[in-house]
Design a protein around this ligand. Structure first.
Ligand code: GLC
Length: 548
């Protein structure tokens, strides 16, 4: 497809800004809109097409913004609506599009609707916007069913008046009732509020969770996937129910009311690529995260299967693929790839656990190769802030510093996701490494490691061997190379353990996942490689882009 006519989101590289950890403009130790605005030139020089900003709405921050108290206000920790408007304008001036997060599955328990529901009491219409039920057992002291919270413990909390309410995440995040017309109308109105302020789309949080089985039946017993057998879809009472697509048909109409190409990206966890493809269609959402790619181990067969299945299923509904290696919910990928056999997750929202000794040098070599693989595949890609700096997962945060609700909810058995959310280093030899201004009044909200000076953007700038310069060159080349972005690929014959594919016109990507050096196929030039290429040979755990 000629990229001149195709909408931008079919091939965009979207940079994820986890706003509280990106850049702190006012010196309170928490990232904010002022900090983000000051770093737009950095993002432009990195060469990304858009930014996705994690929730910035008014929130008591029980889940760092994923508990929204008011969708039309910016939390004072981050700024104001006026500042958000300026950010959107300035980003556009830099040629960068802006996609905020929207959180439709639940609100904060401090949202006006939930407060009204608490005040109005059992059986009231106010409670009908959420999922309230009486308990089971003679005195109603058992939860209405056996559903569990993704953050640990039961998915129900009982109120002093006897009613129970549903929360698939923390108790501070009550689930909305999407069968209620007011809920549907309210979210369409919120979308219009932000579309009118110039946003280019939304990342939809927990997009697969909105519809619950009307009878709220118990969960069936959990079955582990059978090794060697393809994944299959299992009917589930609250994940990925068919009726959810009806909501997104309405959202698509809202997006289409606005000029230009707006884009929704679904955070949808589906059992199979077919089920994922159902989210993206002409009258539905535009794109969806490809978590199978993120969850794949550094294994040539597994990666190739994921790539083929994704391209086939998404292609069959006319949607572009997207590729992602890291985000704010999973262990950073240089740390994942640096372990002998990364622990696999088998249900959505189980967090990766860091197990076994870490060889960070190996993980970094693989991360460099993975970046070239991802950015050469057909479709769009996501880059999580700090990935371009090669940041490791911070695995030794002191327990007293941990803030993710998972830590408390799991009874201190799971450390949660703070290790990938540590404020990023910009410059200087010591914390806060330019994250906060010199006259900051508070330390960064999570402590940064003492050895992070070498990872700072300033330290890596101009160093041709650094991760940052690899990303800069790759993104520059991607823009300049007509073969990259949207369209298709053709696999080439390659030695065991090597992935090699061609993109037209005249481009080949080779990734060596074997333990042996491999000769590069015929080429006219090595455009870029993840490590030194000597004598036409690609070392293990390296990738190269070739002109052919
Ligand atoms: C999504 C977000 C995660 C959040 C959860 C609840 O999975 O990515 O960070 O905790 O939804 O909103």
């Amino acid at each position: 497809m000629s990229s001149a006519a195709a909408p931008w989101w079919r091939s965009a590289v979207i940079y994820q800004v986890y706003i509280r950890s990106f850049a702190d403009g006012n010196g309170d130790g928490v990232g904010d809109i002022a900090g983000l605005r000051s770093r737009l030139p950095y993002l432009k020089s990195l060469g990304v097409d858009a930014i996705w900003i994690n929730p910035w709405y008014k929130s008591p921050m029980a889940d760092h913004g994923y508990d929204v108290a008011d969708f039309r206000e910016i939390d004072p920790l981050f700024g104001t609506v006026a500042e958000a408007e300026r950010l959107i304008e300035e980003a556009h001036e830099h040629g960068i599009r802006v996609i905020p997060d929207i959180v439709p599955n639940h609100t904060s328990d401090q949202h006006a609707w939930f407060r009204a529901a608490l005040a109005a009491g059992p059986g009231s219409p106010e409670r009908d916007r959420y999922v309230f039920r009486p308990g089971r057992g003679p005195d109603g002291s058992e939860p209405p069913n056996n559903w569990v919270s993704s953050f640990g413990g039961p998915a129900w909390t009982r109120l002093p008046d006897g009613d129970w309410y549903l929360h698939l995440f923390a108790p501070e995040q009550p689930d909305l009732n999407w069968q209620h017309p007011e809920v549907r109308a309210e979210f369409e109105s919120v979308l219009r509020f932000w579309f009118s302020r110039g946003v280019d789309g939304f990342r939809i949080d927990v997009a697969h969770g909105l519809i619950k089985h009307p009878e709220l039946p118990d969960l069936p017993p959990r079955r582990a996937p059978v090794e060697g057998q393809p994944a299959r879809h299992v009917d589930h009472p609250h994940w990925d129910r068919d009726e959810v697509h009806d909501i997104y048909r309405g959202w698509r109409k809202v997006a289409d009311e606005f000029p230009g190409d707006r884009c929704f990206v679904a955070e949808a966890w589906a059992d199979t690529p077919e089920r994922l493809a159902a989210y993206v269609r002409r009258d539905g959402l535009h794109t969806a995260f490809n978590f199978d790619f993120l969850m794949s181990t550094w294994d040539p067969k597994e990666l190739r299967t994921v790539i083929d299945d994704s391209l086939a299923m998404l292609g069959s509904v006319g949607a572009p693929a997207t590729w992602v290696l890291s985000n704010h919910d999973v262990v950073r990928h240089p740390s994942r790839y640096g372990r002998p056999s990364p622990a696999r997750r088998w249900v959505a929202n189980d967090t990766y656990r860091a197990e076994g000794p870490l060889d960070f040098g190996l993980g970094t070599r693989r991360a460099r190769a993975a970046a070239l693989l991802m950015l050469a595949l057909p479709g769009g890609a996501y880059v999580y802030q700090g990935e371009e700096l090669g940041l490791p997962e911070v695995e030794d945060l002191p327990e007293s510093a941990l803030q993710d609700p998972i830590w408390e909810r799991s009874g201190h058995t799971q450390r949660g996701r703070d290790g990938c959310r540590v404020p990023i280093p910009w410059s200087g030899r010591t914390a806060p490494y330019g994250f906060s201004p010199d006259d900051a009044t508070a330390a960064p909200w999570l402590p940064q490691p003492a050895h992070w000076a070498e990872f700072s953007a300033a330290a890596q700038t101009g160093d041709a061997t650094s991760m940052l310069e690899l990303y800069r060159r790759a993104l520059r080349l991607r823009r300049a190379t007509p073969a990259l972005g949207d369209s298709t690929l053709t696999w080439l014959d390659a030695p065991e353990g090597v992935l090699a594919f061609r993109r037209e016109p005249g481009f080949v990507c080779v990734v060596n996942l074997s333990a042996e050096p491999c000769p590069l196929p015929g080429h006219t030039a090595v455009l870029l490689s993840s490590g030194p290429v000597e004598g036409g040979v690609l070392a293990p755990d390296q990738a190269a882009w070739l002109a052919v």
